[in-house]
Design a protein around this ligand. Structure first.
Ligand code: ZN
Length: 493
């Protein structure tokens, strides 16, 4: 859900806001209807997200043609108005918006910066469900950097959303770039279900987050349909095109375990075949069944931005790294995100430690499990050698200095916060906190305060001071139960 029209950001969009307010005042039939907010008021991404409605589902279509970088595309968003609304916006940085229909009727629209502002022919009543169908052109040669990153002129975007490969592409949307590929309410507080329809030449595959529900051949082209029925944030859905080899494993309790590696990287299948063992281990460690009905890794025939991403049901890796045994722990990291990050999404980008901290914490347990590094050793290294440096560079774990910091700036401190909590309350209570948090917020978005509230309720302790020290200060607190650990000061710069 999106609300909270923060004054500071609206000032930045003053021209547009004035236009919207004028529209509201000038409309005779508007009554109490007002424009939806142009932002959800995220501290780190102040222009991101949109108010006035709750997106429920997206149906995204791409028409892929290898010879051109443009794709005819469409997205239909089904949403519920949370206020009576004259106009509303979506985040959009697509090449060209061609048409907008609201409930099947043409609507006026305007693109301003990265906002697509839509004026339906009549106001939308509060509580009403509506659909917006947008026809547009996507362009895989255009990957603008996030405006919130404020990259100096001449600095190349380090994480292009369109990851182009020799025979297709994949998306790298985190944290706020999904709306370069499809207009959307592109903030993790507004999760939705998805349908993806990708049309390709018949000899090229399309894969996406969710469950394969159809392949429709027409002439020399084929439309592949995936459905993701679990509410998921926009930044962690994957849509990829290429020539892929399927790697199937027999999953537990009916789960489909299916990975995709590029045809010309058969060695990547070694990594794909780690999936089943890791999944069984992780389910046991978290004590909860895997949240999605299908899972597998996607190897992409590029460096994939030098990162891996927790795209839902189909986390994304550079195919060139997957054969390497050192990639195994990263695979578990992205698997953990399916629980924490994708299924329990973050409420704001300040809460990203809830996603990254969990991923690193369980990843470290897995490294212990496979004999790569004892868990205590890993946590001690993070505490002694790394933490003050990361705090110095990135800022407090739940109040980072910069928008770009959300990608990995909270991972070390986030994992240590969970480890410190475990040491403080004991393993059994910690496990109950984790499971209660997951069960409570499954399918929703959760904030730092939500986690603290669960931890206090389950443990029966006042943990305000504990979390204040670990999450909101730029110095490392003493580690409970480890009085002999001393965090090294950050190197002077
Ligand atoms: Zn991560």
């Amino acid at each position: 859900m999106a609300n909270g029209n923060r004054a500071g950001r609206v000032a930045a969009l003053a021209g547009l806001t004035a236009l919207l307010v004028a529209g509201a005042a000038g409309s005779a039939e508007a009554g109490a209807a007002t424009p939806g907010a142009l932002s959800v008021g995220d501290r780190l991404y102040p222009d991101l997200g949109n108010g006035g409605y709750d997106a429920r589902s997206y149906d995204v279509s791409f028409d892929y043609r290898p010879e051109v970088t443009t794709m005819d595309a469409s997205v239909t968003m089904r949403a519920v108005a949370t206020q009576s609304m004259l106009r509303f916006s979506l985040d959009s940085a697509v090449r060209q918006v061609r048409s907008v229909l609201v409930d099947g009727r043409p609507a006026a629209f305007e693109v301003t910066g990265e906002k697509l502002v839509i004026t339906p022919d009549r106001a939308l009543a509060r509580g009403r469900e509506f659909t917006v169908a947008i026809g547009y052109v996507a362009d895989r040669s255009l990957s603008p950097a996030s405006p919130a990153w404020k990259l100096p002129p001449g600095i190349k975007n380090p994480f292009p959303v369109w990851q182009n490969t020799p025979d297709g592409f994949a998306l790298l949307s985190q944290p706020d770039r999904a709306h370069v590929a499809f207009p959307s309410n592109d903030h993790p507080s507004d999760k939705a279900t998805f349908t993806f329809r990708v049309t390709t030449p018949a000899d090229v595959d399309a894969v996406a987050s969710g469950t394969l529900t159809g392949k429709d051949r027409h002439g020399d082209r084929v439309t592949t349909v995936y459905r993701l029925a679990q509410p998921t944030p926009t930044d962690v859905v994957q849509i990829a095109v290429g020539r892929f080899t399927e790697v199937d494993q027999a999953g537990p309790h009916g789960l489909t375990v299916r990975s995709y590696v590029p045809d010309d990287r058969p060695d990547a299948a070694v990594g794909a075949r780690r999936t089943l063992e890791q999944l069984v281990w992780l389910e046991g460690e978290i004590g909860r069944p895997f949240p999605y009905p299908t899972y597998g890794v996607l190897g992409v025939d590029s460096e994939y931005g030098g990162v891996a991403l927790e795209t839902a049901t189909l986390p994304t890796f550079s195919a060139a790294f997957l054969h390497d045994p050192r990639e195994a722990a990263t695979q578990v990291h992205e698997m953990v995100h399916q629980y924490f990050g994708d299924t329990v999404a973050v409420r704001s980008w300040d809460d990203m430690w809830l996603s990254e901290g969990h991923a690193v914490y369980y990843q470290s347990l897995y490294q212990d499990h496979i004999g790569e590094k004892p868990f205590e050793t890993g946590m001690k290294e993070r505490y002694v050698d790394v933490n003050n440096q990361q705090l110095e560079q990135e800022g407090p774990v739940a109040h980072l200095n910069s928008a770009s910091g959300v990608l990995s700036g909270s991972d070390n401190g986030g994992a240590l916060t969970l480890y410190a909590l475990r040491n403080l309350v004991g393993q059994n209570t910690f496990t109950r906190i984790e499971q209660t948090f997951y069960d409570t917020f499954r399918g929703r978005s959760a904030s730092t305060q939500d986690y603290i509230a669960v931890a206090e309720r389950v443990s029966g302790r006042d943990l305000a001071g504990f979390f204040q020290g670990w999450l909101y200060r730029a110095t490392t607190p003493p580690m409970p139960g480890r009085p002999d650990w001393h965090a090294k000061p950050a190197p002077a710069n």
